[in-house]
Design a protein around this ligand. Sequence first.
Ligand code: FAD
Length: 259
Amino acid sequence: MRTKCDVLVVGAGPAGSSAAFFSKFLDEDDKREVCLIERLDNQKYLNYHEMCGEGVSDDLFSDISHIKPSCIIEKIRKVREYWPGDIEIKTTMNGYIIDRPLFLKGIVDQYVKLGGKYIQNSFVDFIEKEGEIKVKLSDGEFVKTKYLIAADGANSLIRKKLGIKGRVKPFIQNVVDKETKHDTLIFEYDEKWKGDYKWEFPHGETTKVGFPFLKHSDSEKIEGTILATHTRMVGFGGLEIYKAYDLSNRVGWKYGNQM
Ligand SMILES: Cc1cc2nc3c(=O)[nH]c(=O)nc-3n(C[C@H](O)[C@H](O)[C@H](O)COP(=O)(O)OP(=O)(O)OC[C@H]3O[C@@H](n4cnc5c(N)ncnc54)[C@H](O)[C@@H]3O)c2cc1C
C-alpha cells in the first residue's frame, strides 16, 4: 500500500479524531485528501480510551461546536472541592461524563462519512524531502503527505523524533464498585498529592477515583472494591517553544535508503 494525502493525522484520540474530522468538515469542495492512522485495533482502542475520568465541560462543546455531546453517562451540575483545613468550595458546572471510546468512534465515523481515510497501522518514522513528508508505517509501507499532525499522545514518538520536549506526569485511576452522587465532580487538594489532586467522578454504578502516581500509592484508602486500575501518562503545560526546526538536520533516520 502506498498512499498519498494532503494531511496525515497520527493517533485517533481526542486530538487526532477531532483534527481529522475538522480537516474534512472544513474541506467544503471535498478536495483535501486526509488520512488518519491509529495503531490500536477495536478492543485495544476501546480499552486504551476508557482509561480516563471521561469528564468534559459544556464549554468545550461550544469551542468545537460541530461536534455535539453524545454517549452521555452522567450530566454534571456541581463541583465540590475539598482543601486542607476543612475548607469546602461549592461551585456549579455544566458538563458531562461521556463514554469516551464510543464518543471518539462516533467522531471517526463522521470523518469517514465526510470522505476521510482511516488506516489501522503504526507510525514508525518520517523524513522530509523536497517539501513532501514521507512517513514509514510499522508494516513497512509508506504514506506521502504535505502536512503531518502529531496526535500520538503524551509519549508522542513524532515529538521525540523532532527533538521537541513535552512535560508528562503519570496518573493512576481506580474504577470502584461504589455509586456516588451522579451530578457532582469531587476534587481533593492536599500536600500528599504533590501539587495535584485526587478526583472522584461518577460513572453509572461505579466511581472513577484518580490521583497522581506517587511512590506510596494511597489505593488502600479507597472505599469500595476496586474493579480495575489504570495508569497512564498525561501531557501538561504545552510544548517547549522552539524556533524554525530544520528537518534536514535530523539525526537517527534509519530508513533513509529505502525512501
Ligand atoms: C487516568 C486519567 C484520567 C483522565 N481524566 C480526564 C478527564 O476526566 N477529562 C479530560 O479532559 N481529560 C482527562 N485525562 C486526560 C486525557 O485523557 C488526555 O489529555 C487526552 O487523552 C489526550 O488526548 P490525545 O488525543 O492528545 O492523546 P491520547 O488520548 O493518548 O491518544 C493518542 C492516540 O494515538 C495513538 N498512537 C500513539 N502512538 C501511535 C503511533 N505510533 N501510530 C499510530 N497511532 C498511535 C494511540 O493509540 C491513541 O489512540 C485523563 C487522563 C488520565 C491518564
